[in-house]
Design a protein around this ligand. Sequence first.
Ligand code: 0O2
Length: 207
Amino acid sequence: MITNSIYGEYAEYLDMVLQDLEKRFKNFDDYVLNETGEHGFEHIITRIKSDESMREKCQRKGLPETAHSALSELKDAIGMRIVTSFIDDIYLMIKYIKSFDNCEVIEEIDYIKHAKPNGYRSYHLILAVKTDYPDVNGNTPGTYYVEIQLRTIAMDTWASLEHKIRYKKDIPSQELISSELKRCADELASCDLSMQTIRSLINKAVG
Ligand code: 0O2
């Protein structure tokens, strides 16, 4: 098959990997809901990195624009963002993800315990998923990589708004804006902690 996509003949497998994982998370949510009466997470957003963004990232990283760079050197062609209500839900999800039998967490960064200097908070994982499909290194079963970001609603709100305004160039008072953004991130983080505490108190009170 002739294709102009940077993902080449492997493009067709990316959605399948994503859908399989999404199904597992939905099953987990049903299980948690059944056990606790509460959802395991709020919602999931998925994306395959666009051809244009992946080519731009290859250029930025000094890599050739090939399927090998996109699917083996770089590991975020397939992306999932899991948004939870509370901080504890994030760590419960991570425990669940680590229990998958055909997946291995090969990288993890806790930007919640160690926020970025600008205030960004989220938990990032790179998952190596063993699949039934061929991969770009000539293996069948092949390995596909998935970047998973886990955040609370508050962290997601901040990241979405910051992402929207970050790309506006020539902003006056850049320093003031950065410090205000950081202040907002810290206030939201403090709310997350308070909401977590309130939830724990309620759960303890009702048994
Ligand atoms: P998209 O479309 O969201 O994937 P790099 O990927 O090289 O730029 P690195 O070090 O590999 O960076 O990964 P990093 O910084 O740990 O995480 C990359 C992704 O996390 C970003 O993807 C964002 O989704 C999110 N992210 C990281 N830092 C910030 C931040 O300060 N603000 C916001 N809003 N999001 C952030 P991309 O590349 O933006 O694209």
